[in-house]
Structures are given as C-alpha cells and as structure tokens.
Design a protein. Structure first.
Length: 127
C-alpha cells in the first residue's frame, strides 16, 4: 500500500501543476491579446509562453523587489506573468523576423493602395 503522506504529496503536486497550466493559459492569452499583429503558435505555444512568462515575471519581481511577496495566483502575479509572457512573445517575433515584416503575402499598404487605385480606374474606363 502507498503511504498516506506520499498520496498527499502527489495530490498537491497534481493540483499545483493543473493550477499552473490554467493560469499559464490565461496569461498567454492576455499577452497575445496585447501584442499587435498576427501571433505565431497555437494553443500549446500559448500555454508554454504563459507558464514561462509567469515564471519569468514572478521571478524577476521577487529578485528586484526585496521583501515582495508575490504568488502566481494574484493580481500582481497575473500582471507580472503577462509582462513576462509579453516579453517572450516580443523576442520570439523579433528573432523569427515576423515582427518587422509588413505581411506574409506581400500585401503591404502600398500594394493595397495601388490595387484600389487600379480598381477605380477600371471602373471609370468601363463607362
């Protein structure tokens, strides 16, 4: 039989893991909502970015503010986690080259302007 203490430890570990997964998802979604433009990755990338952002944000807060008491499941923890996930997403976009690209299909503002102008010219010529 398994010891009662071991079962309690396993139960607490599973609870904490599920708590971090849920909290990381919310933090990742908040960071993606704040960052403008198309965001890379799907659900798993959002989850991992949120968990990593929570660890980085809460860790940096504890490191730089001596005596600060922050937990991931609090308003301050959510803000710190969102900032951490935002930083991860920003560096991912910069390093992958998608942050400064106009768009993937070549449809920049100049292309859209020329296409609109050409459409107007074709409509005038048809009269």
């Amino acid at each position: 039989m398994i010891n009662e203490n071991l079962m309690l430890i396993i139960e607490n570990a599973v609870h904490d893991m599920l708590l971090w997964v849920g909290f990381g998802t919310l933090v990742g979604l908040a960071a993606k909502a704040i960052m403008p433009g198309r965001d890379p990755g799907g659900a798993v990338a959002t989850l991992m970015m949120g968990i990593g952002g929570s660890v980085i944000g809460c860790g940096c807060t504890l490191f730089f503010w001596e005596g600060a008491r922050i937990t991931p499941i609090s308003v301050m923890g959510f803000a710190a986690g969102t900032v951490g996930a935002f930083i991860i997403l920003f560096f991912y976009k910069v390093l992958s080259g998608t942050y400064f690209a106009e768009s993937e299909d070549g449809e920049g503002w100049m292309h859209r302007y020329r296409r609109r102008r050409r459409r107007g010219r074709l409509a005038r010529d048809s009269y």
